[in-house]
Design a protein around this ligand. Structure first.
Ligand code: NAD
Length: 353
């Protein structure tokens, strides 16, 4: 059995759905259900006997210890985090609380439990920490992509908090021998991403005929990876990665933000032409740049490709079209994750959990 944290979020839910689709090994999902966590993301597996949901905080040591003792996972995949850069600028403490202190407490609790396992179980155990390429900072246009040796130069409160958590995860391997692995992945896209992030935000606004806000000149470059490809990479790291190592994961798909918005608009034009005519791209509106906005991220994925035989499979234009189609088919999902009534439902429903 494996323990997933943050499994009700965007990437965690894709991972759990994929896992239960291809494996009979049970999953326990520990998720605090912040604004970004939506139990409905896992409605398709909620009744599956291999799936257990527990609402709670990765920093709640007593709860985590209880889960470990009861379920004895062979692995933990830690997705739980505050993940939105803009929110980290306006409210950074929550990022230190969950990403830094939460991860640290999780490591401490897991380590205390892991020490008591038999030598065979202890050496089989894996702690996979899911992190971001943003810890490496910004690249110039002609720089080579980030390798695992690239120095950490986080520039936002979000990336600083993730970098701190990555360091703690590394230290728990080197100091205490806990079999940890860290992944640093580029920007993900796909179904069930909270509509504050670039791609779902643009789709959401376009469908309402609202401006498509692009930071600054829109020429910031990101490498885009479909969330399902991220999940296959995480599986490869979990099953074949070497403890103590980190692995960079990317989509081999660098795009400026402007190009991404253009692709979304083209997909929308084809799938749901604008009412009253015109093209969606006409809604594009440049807004003041985000403070400290990194110019470019790019990944050198040679380590994961050569060591673990992983590579991305989803072509960006196909993936974007499928993602746009998913949002068109799930407008009720967007409404439910953004509306206040949904939050009230979560609080009532999970009050005593
Ligand atoms: P998300 O914001 O969609 O989901 C985060 C989940 O964690 C939510 O379900 C939330 O309820 C849960 N959570 C938050 N605080 C918690 C706590 N203290 N205890 C338990 N659960 C808690 O995030 P995401 O986009 O799915 O990202 C998942 C992980 O992947 C994060 O660690 C993020 O840093 C990393 N990552 C994301 C991207 C990306 O493009 N989205 C890229 C690389 C790495």
């Amino acid at each position: 059995m494996i323990l997933v944290t943050g499994g009700c979020g965007f990437i965690g839910s894709a991972f759990v759905l994929g896992w239960l689709n291809t494996s009979r090994e049970p999953v326990v999902n520990l998720d605090l259900l912040t604004y970004a966590g939506h139990p409905g993301n896992l409605a398709a597996v909620a009744a599956n006997e291999g799936y257990t949901f527990i609402r709670g905080d990765i920093g709640d040591s007593a709860l985590v210890e209880q889960i470990l003792t009861r379920h004895r996972p062979r692995a933990i995949i830690n997705f739980a985090a505050e993940s939105h850069v803009d929110r980290s600028i306006s409210a950074p403490l929550a990022f230190a609380q969950t990403n830094v202190l939460g991860t640290l407490k999780l490591l401490e609790t897991v380590h205390a439990w892991w020490r008591k396992l038999s030598p065979a179980d202890a050496s089989e155990f894996r702690f996979v920490h899911v992190s971001t390429d943003e810890v490496y900072g910004s690249l110039d246009p002609h720089d080579a992509g980030f390798t695992e040796q690239h120095r950490f130069q986080p520039n936002s409160p979000y990336s600083a908090s993730k970098a701190a958590s990555d360091h703690f995860v590394r230290a728990w391997h080197h100091t205490f021998g806990l079999p940890t692995l860290t992944t640093n992945c580029s920007n993900n896209y796909g179904p069930r991403q909270f509509p504050e992030k670039l791609i779902p935000l643009m789709i959401h606004n376009a469908l309402r005929g609202e401006p498509l806000p692009v930071y600054g000149d829109g020429r910031q470059v990101r490498d885009w990876l479909h969330v399902d490809d991220h999940c296959t990479a995480l599986n490869a790291v979990l099953e074949r990665g070497r403890p103590g190592e980190s692995y960079n994961i990317g989509g081999r798909s660098e795009r400026t933000n402007l190009a991404v918005v253009d692709s979304i608009c083209n997909a929308l034009d084809a799938l749901r032409p604008r009412k009253g005519g015109g093209r969606y791209i006409e809604l594009l509106s440049h807004v003041q740049d985000r403070p400290g906005h990194d110019r470019r991220y790019a990944i050198d994925d040679s380590k994961i490709a050569s060591e673990l035989g992983w590579q991305p499979t989803v072509k960006f234009e196909q993936g974007i079209r499928a993602t746009v189609q998913w949002y068109l088919d799930h407008e009720d999902w967007v409404e439910s994750v953004t509306s206040g009534s949904y939050r009230q439902w979560v609080e009532l429903h999970y009050k005593s959990a």
